[in-house]
Design a protein around this ligand. Structure first.
Ligand code: MN
Length: 232
């Protein structure tokens, strides 16, 4: 990246060592359905739409695409996009992608019961299959009320709590689990999961009684690492 405070430009270069493009063809490159070799038995596949789409999208963002190429040596395409600092405060959560997760996670709690409260079927499949593969016993519930009920029945080792759910949401369910008079679930770790990372969400989750807050899409390895850390 380069430039001053006002006009910043991010340059993204794609460099290949392909056949190269003669200079007189450069201006045709960004036209739809245009290929350097348009014969039907050509060796290089593709619809000829990629570059024209890139060009259109970049143009809509106020940027530009440029090319440098040498026949027989290869080409360099540069996408230049203007950018500016946002005044919005970024949401940093525990699953911030910069935090490394160990490649091989030692699962010491195989067979541990993980109660999942999640209303999205796609997420249910991902979390259930992912955690089952690591050896946990997974119980699925689809709203806050069902989660509380099943938590009392099964006394899980840990609870994964989606925040946005129909009926009772994850904030309320977490609060009720923590407020339980029998105190059976008072110390059960709760991992709050939310796709809508709004400012203050993390604090609200933790204030409701969750131990950890993770934003979705959830990375299964990160999740397993957190489960193992909380069960240690
Ligand atoms: Mn949800």
């Amino acid at each position: 990246m380069q430039g001053d405070e006002i006009n910043r430009v991010a340059n993204i270069k794609v460099i290949d060592t392909g056949i190269g493009i003669p200079e007189h063809e450069w201006e045709n490159l960004f036209k739809p359905f245009m290929q350097i070799d348009s014969s039907l038995n050509r060796h290089h596949e593709g619809t000829g739409l990629g570059l024209s789409l890139v060009y259109k999208l970049v143009e809509l963002h106020g940027g530009s695409v440029s090319i440098k190429s040498e026949v027989g040596k290869g080409s360099t395409f540069t996408v230049s996009l203007p950018w500016q600092e946002s005044d919005k405060v970024p949401i940093i959560s525990e699953d911030d992608y910069t935090t490394p997760v160990k490649k091989d996670i030692k699962v010491r709690n195989k067979g541990a019961v993980v109660l999942v409260a999640e209303d999205n079927e796609a997420n249910i499949v991902i979390v259930e299959s992912g955690l089952t593969a690591y050896g946990y016993k997974v119980i699925i519930t689809r709203d806050g009320g069902e989660a509380i009920e099943r938590a009392h029945e099964t006394l899980p080792a840990i609870i994964l709590m989606d925040i946005q759910m129909p009926g009772m949401d994850g904030f309320e369910a977490t609060k009720q689990i923590r407020a339980d008079a029998n105190k059976q679930l008072a110390k059960t770790p709760i991992i709050a999961l939310t796709a809508l990372a709004m400012p203050g969400d993390k604090e609200r989750c933790l204030a409701a009684g969750a131990n950890v807050y993770l934003s979705k899409p959830v990375n299964i390895k990160r999740l397993v690492a957190e489960i193992e850390r909380l069960l240690a």
